[in-house]
Design a protein around this ligand. Structure first.
Ligand code: SF4
Length: 317
């Protein structure tokens, strides 16, 4: 896990603040009540901070989908400049806060991350785009994990986002603690099985990179590593990949199990493979043996505990 506080940006209306155009909010129970105790939220309402007030006329994106305008729907007032004037200063202030992730409100012309409707000047929906503030944030901080609250109701997307947030925090700690070649190698080592659950290809590429520690300047190497690391974690962790990882881990200690213990463990993994149990079931048994048999190399693997168990993210994966 990580010892530093997890600080996440969030669209302010998701915390229950009444900042929406209609004076309402979109409080999200999972974010406020379940994830809330583990993070420090940094609430941002780009439209309020751009001086547009609450309540305000509803807006939408209009024109060129790559560079749309932010327009009110009825009076056709263009608020793009007010929004752009706010964005740079706000991103600068967010940079000082060392964010480890950001949860944006879906569908908003300011905050939506994907599939935000862009309209023609005549008022017809024409393309999908990205909210103006969200787009600027992602361009400015490409490694920081972002997600929309709507997608977090999907258990696998939720688990993936929170895993990426904790991983990114660990990477930030690595950099901020003054990364050494040894520390980078150790970081790669303890993330081995987590990375393999996402992408063997990325893991191997990163392994080659770490193997060339003498060739690159450390800062350049760490930066390249960080890009690969965060990219790898966006690759989908499938049941088949988890089964491969579990079987690899079991390989470290199966010779020390009795025939019955081995059969039970492999049976539980097979049940997970067939969709009869969630990941938490074989994982709990594997962790039990890693603990009692004191399997050092595996005990340190982030894969076993990537986020707080109280979030129960692997109970549905
Ligand atoms: S979606 Fe973004 S701009 Fe709209 S109310 Fe929420 S925080 Fe404000």
């Amino acid at each position: 896990m990580t010892t530093s506080p997890l600080r996440l940006g969030i669209s302010r209306c998701l915390l229950g603040d009444e900042v929406r155009f209609d004076g309402g909010h979109k409080r999200d129970h999972f974010l406020t009540d379940v994830l809330g105790p583990y993070v420090e939220w940094v609430p941002v309402c780009p439209e309020v901070e751009a001086g547009l007030g609450t309540p305000r006329e509803a807006m939408r994106l209009v024109g060129n989908p790559h560079r749309p305008r932010l327009m009110t729907i009825t009076s056709k007032h263009d608020h793009t400049e007010a929004m752009e004037a706010m964005v740079d200063g706000r991103l600068d202030s967010l940079r000082t806060l060392d964010l480890s992730g950001y949860v944006f409100k879906r569908g908003s012309p300011s905050c939506g991350v994907e599939r935000v409707r862009v309209y023609t000047v005549q008022g017809m929906p024409s393309h999908s785009g990205v909210g103006i503030f969200a787009k600027a944030f992602i361009e400015q901080f490409p490694l920081i994990p972002v997600e929309e609250e709507g997608r977090l109701s999907d258990p696998s997307l939720r688990e993936n986002f929170i895993e990426r947030v904790f991983c990114y925090r660990r990477f930030q700690d690595l950099v901020q603690n003054g990364v050494t070649r040894q520390a980078l190698i150790r970081f790669h080592t303890i993330h081995k099985y987590l990375l393999l659950a996402h992408s063997q290809e990325h893991y191997e590429t990163m392994g080659r990179l770490v193997g060339q520690v003498e060739r690159y300047r450390l800062k350049e190497l760490t930066s390249k590593y960080g890009e690969h690391f965060m990219k790898a974690l966006t690759m989908k962790a499938t049941v088949r990949k988890h089964v491969n990882v579990l079987q690899h881990i079991v390989g470290y200690f199966k010779s020390r199990l009795t025939t019955e213990e081995k059969a039970e463990l492999l049976g539980v993994i097979a049940d997970y493979h067939r969709g009869l149990t969630p990941l938490i079931v074989p994982l709990t048994l594997v962790k039990h043996y890693v603990q009692i048999l004191d399997v050092g190399y595996i005990r340190d693997q982030v894969y076993l505990n990537p986020h707080p168990k109280e979030l129960m993210l692997r109970n549905h994966a």
